[in-house]
Design a binder for this molecule. Structure first.
Ligand code: AMP
Length: 374
């Protein structure tokens, strides 16, 4: 095996772990860099445990790599740029820059003509008052940086809740967004190769609980061609503007026949986990193909898939595996409330079959199926 098949990944969570597991059959090897010990990817590949801001560690990490990519979008942009001196970095660091700050991200969408909820930057309690005056309530106040899975955000139902909302986010620079009364949440997953070719998986329908993704159905049911076109158009504009290489996910709200962009992930994404068994090529494999300059695989769906996230606790393995159609993916993490521990992919020739699988799973693990239905 040649040194050119070694892929460096910044971050070593479950996304990196699944990326490595998808890359081994392609003859790729992996090296991760992450400050945290006991990371999920460290169980399946070499992992350098060091800070992203440690120049010596970055040099050690880069030695012999064919390419650097990331599985966490909050990797410091300076680290990604420093690595570019030694090795190609994909997606390009400007993609990280565009997504790490929610205000910059929304302004970027707007500059591309992509619709969003009304928004305004908020610097202090007075700023919040005037932003609420402009946007109205209900609204959502979100920290500009480091928010994920519903963390770093608070709903404001009326203007008198503003002071409490501001204090609860500890005075961090924020963005205020109008509350969108959406009919459902959708995401578009796309991959762009080094030659500029873009391929799309079908739209996915997502259900969140407390800001955390609970379940995904793919292909999303009842999607008119026009809606799929809108979503693909948004993703294309973003990828072309950033000269993007790799997988990108755009999360959106459907309102009537229109889509509003909520946020993008410049990496593989939880709402794309169904592709592991539900598509000809998984998001993890196609991300690697793209960053390595290999031809992209087909993104076509095989039948219908439902992905269920295991959050905080996971049902007994025996119970899940007693359902022949259920595919269990555990991330090797210790249970903790609110933590993503794994997911289950269910599959059927069509949506009715996949829903039957879901009903059987819900019965087996003793949960109401209603939890997973919009
Ligand atoms: P985010 O961290 O921005 O991805 O938000 C997490 C979840 O909160 C989303 O998937 C939605 O379910 C909900 N959410 C976020 N922003 C809005 C908004 N402006 N209006 C309504 N719901 C929202």
């Amino acid at each position: 095996m040649t040194a050119t098949s070694l892929v460096g990944v910044l971050g070593s969570g479950q996304l990196g772990r699944m990326m490595a597991l998808a890359g081994y059959p392609l003859g790729l090897r992996f090296r991760f860099l992450d400050p945290s010990p006991h990371a999920p990817a460290a169980q399946v590949a070499e992992c350098i445990e060091a800070g992203f801001d440690d120049p010596a560690a970055l040099r050690r990490f880069a030695g012999g790599l064919a390419v650097v990519t990331y599985e966490w979008e909050n990797v410091p942009v300076t680290a990604a740029r420093a690595l570019q001196q030694f090795v190609p970095v994909y997606p390009p660091p400007q993609a990280l820059e565009a997504t790490q700050d929610r205000l910059i991200e929304k302004q970027f969408f707007k500059s591309l003509g992509i619709l969003t909820a009304p928004f305004a930057g908020v610097e202090g309690p007075e700023g919040l008052k005037s932003a609420l005056g402009k946007i109205g309530s209900p609204a959502i106040l979100k920290t500009r940086r480091m928010g994920y899975d519903g963390k770093g955000q608070v709903r404001i139902l009326s203007a008198d809740e503003a002071p409490t909302a501001w204090t609860s986010l500890a005075g961090a620079p924020c963005i205020l967004e109008g509350f969108v009364n959406f009919s459902r949440e959708l995401s578009v997953l796309a991959v762009r190769g080094q030659d500029g070719h873009i391929a799309f998986w079908p739209l996915a329908e997502n259900l969140h609980e407390g800001g955390i993704l609970r379940r995904t159905i793919a292909p999303a049911p009842d999607v008119p061609l026009e809606l799929e076109k809108q979503a693909r158009g948004f993703a294309t504009r973003i990828m072309e503007a950033l000269n993007y290489v790799g997988v990108l996910c755009l999360e959106m709200f459907q309102v009537g026949e229109h889509l509003l962009a909520n946020e993008m992930a410049t990496r593989v994404h939880n709402s794309g986990h169904w592709t592991m068994e539900g598509a000809c090529t998984s998001q993890f494999e196609n991300h690697l193909r793209a960053v390595m300059g290999m031809p992209l695989g087909s993104c076509e769906a095989r039948g219908a898939s439902i992905m269920i996230n295991l959050i905080g606790e996971s049902p007994p393995r025996q119970t899940v595996l007693s359902l022949p159609g259920a595919k269990l993916h555990l991330y090797g993490k210790e249970p903790r409330p609110g933590r993503k521990l794994g997911h289950i992919n269910l599959h059927g020739a069509d949506l009715t079959e996949a829903q039957d699988q879901l009903a059987r799973l819900a019965r087996a693990i003793g949960e109401p199926v209603a939890r997973y239905v919009r």
